[in-house]
Ligand binder design. Structure first.
Ligand code: FMN
Length: 141
């Protein structure tokens, strides 16, 4: 059984809802999965998991959230080589460039990126929640 961490930052709850639905999907897919607010996770926990899903909305100007998530991601970037990683997050103002940049950065770090990043506009509605759950189920396999 794969052990998977879902590590997210969310300001207004949209990415948090995505994270909860992905967690549900991971469990439905047979993984042992745990949810962490990024403030409660650190680089030294990376080795405890077979796969990691990172969640962060578009912030700044098509950037990761600068105060907590960006420094955290920079701290684990050197440890992504060969690791199965999934990316997800919510956006609202533009067309998802932050995810393209994040995907490129994650690939450049050598991660084994799962599909492409999952983006949901604003708060995930029922259809968005189902997409998140299905994403989690596929990542669990
Ligand atoms: C400071 C700030 C910067 C943002 N920058 C962007 C951006 O560059 N591109 C974008 O599409 N949305 C941007 N947004 C919108 C958020 O990505 C969107 O509201 C998202 O749903 C928030 O997710 P959360 O509820 O998980 O915090 C920004 C929002 C804030 C508050």
């Amino acid at each position: 059984m794969a052990k998977i961490a879902v590590v997210f930052w969310s300001g207004t709850g949209n990415t948090e809802k995505m994270a909860e639905c992905i967690l549900e999907g991971l469990k439905a897919g047979g993984a042992e999965a745990e949810l962490f607010n990024v403030a409660d996770f650190s680089a030294d926990k990376m080795g405890d998991y077979d796969k990691i899903a990172f969640g962060c909305p578009a912030m700044g100007a098509e950037e990761l959230e600068p105060d907590e998530f960006e420094p955290f991601f920079a701290s684990v970037e050197g440890d992504l080589m060969g690791r199965p990683v999934a990316l997800f997050g919510s956006y609202e103002w533009a067309d998802g460039e932050w995810m393209d940049l994040w995907v490129e950065r994650t690939k450049a770090a050598g991660a084994d990126l799962f599909e492409t990043g999952l983006m949901i506009y604003d708060h995930p509605d029922e259809e968005g929640q189902a997409k998140c759950k299905a994403f989690g189920e596929r990542f669990a396999k």
